[in-house]
Design a protein around this ligand. Structure first.
Ligand SMILES: C[S@@+](CC[C@H](N)C(=O)[O-])C[C@H]1O[C@@H](n2cnc3c(N)ncnc32)[C@H](O)[C@@H]1O
Length: 262
């Protein structure tokens, strides 16, 4: 694939993608960095957003005053992230790389993977490869914060979407994320992502594309973590309240934050 080509049609209009998925995450990011610093036993100086997309969390990290590093496979999204940081007079290092296999020039104290970004690890050994890659780029005692929820997905969730709309500077984006089917054995899930983009004076644009992702059940996820160079150090609910890792979680639960430590 030549450099600069869009790999996934969902990102063909990075500004529209950013409007649809660009909600304010500062409180969550600050809370996660605070808990990671507690586990680390010192302030966080350098942090990585894995699969940073247009740099939503990257912006939060830079605002928190840490050296921010963003990594993504999609050059168009990295360009949008760079533009965003420049507009906000913030700085970040942006790296085009695969989260399953990357080497930073300096280790980070904390890495974060927001909103189920690990779901893009669809091949059977991808998550193990990814955890090994992140661990190799973490400082001693460094923390990897994964936001996710767990499968299996019951059929009652299929076909249902929860459309939402955001508007920025006159551009209105209606988005939907619909679960189509899931393979209970492999955890592979087919979603349909929709963006309806309305810009003043321009014809409406519609992006509808499948998104193949993987959803691990909680015991499988814990097992892959246990076999990795990282250990499960803490779990938090999405609202950052404590969560006993032994609490059984299902797809009906909201996203949680898993703190893995090197
Ligand atoms: C769910 S989006 C999250 C974007 C951003 N972190 C946020 O919270 O708004 C997942 C991101 O992971 C990226 N991605 C998918 N597979 C990847 C891979 N193998 N290596 C690096 N990035 C990847 C996609 O390009 C996309 O930007």
């Amino acid at each position: 694939m030549p450099r600069g080509e869009i790999l996934d049609p969902l990102y063909a209009d990075p500004e529209a993608y950013d409007i649809a998925f660009g909600w304010d995450s500062f409180g969550e990011t600050a809370g996660c960095v605070r808990v990671a610093a507690e586990l680390l036993g010192r302030p966080v100086r350098r942090a990585l957003e894995v699969g940073c997309g247009t740099g939503r969390v990257l912006r939060d990290l830079a605002k928190l005053g840490v050296d921010a590093v963003g990594l993504d496979l999609e050059p168009a999204l990295l360009r949008q992230a760079r533009r965003r940081m420049r507009e906000l007079s913030l700085s970040a290092e942006l790296i085009e790389a695969d989260m399953r296999d990357f080497t930073l020039d300096q280790p980070v104290d904390v890495a974060l993977s927001p909103i189920n970004g690990i779901g893009y690890l669809t091949e059977p050994d991808d998550l193990a490869r990814h955890l090994a890659a992140v661990a190799a780029n973490l400082a001693d005692g460094g923390v990897y914060v994964i936001e996710t929820n767990f499968g299996p997905i019951e059929p009652r969730f299929f076909g249902k979407g929860e459309p939402w709309t955001f508007e920025r500077a006159g551009t209105r984006v209606m988005a939907d994320w619909r679960l189509l089917e899931a393979d209970a054995e492999t955890g592979l899930v087919t979603n349909e992502a929709t963006l309806i983009i309305q810009r003043p004076g321009q014809p409406e644009q519609r992006v509808v594309c499948p998104q193949l992702m993987r959803k691990w059940d909680q015991p499988t996820f814990y097992g892959i973590v246990a076999a990795s160079p990282l250990r499960l150090a803490r779990m938090l609910w999405r609202n950052l309240s404590p969560l006993d890792p032994a609490t059984p979680l299902t797809y009906a639960d909201d996203n949680v934050f898993a703190f893995l430590q090197r």
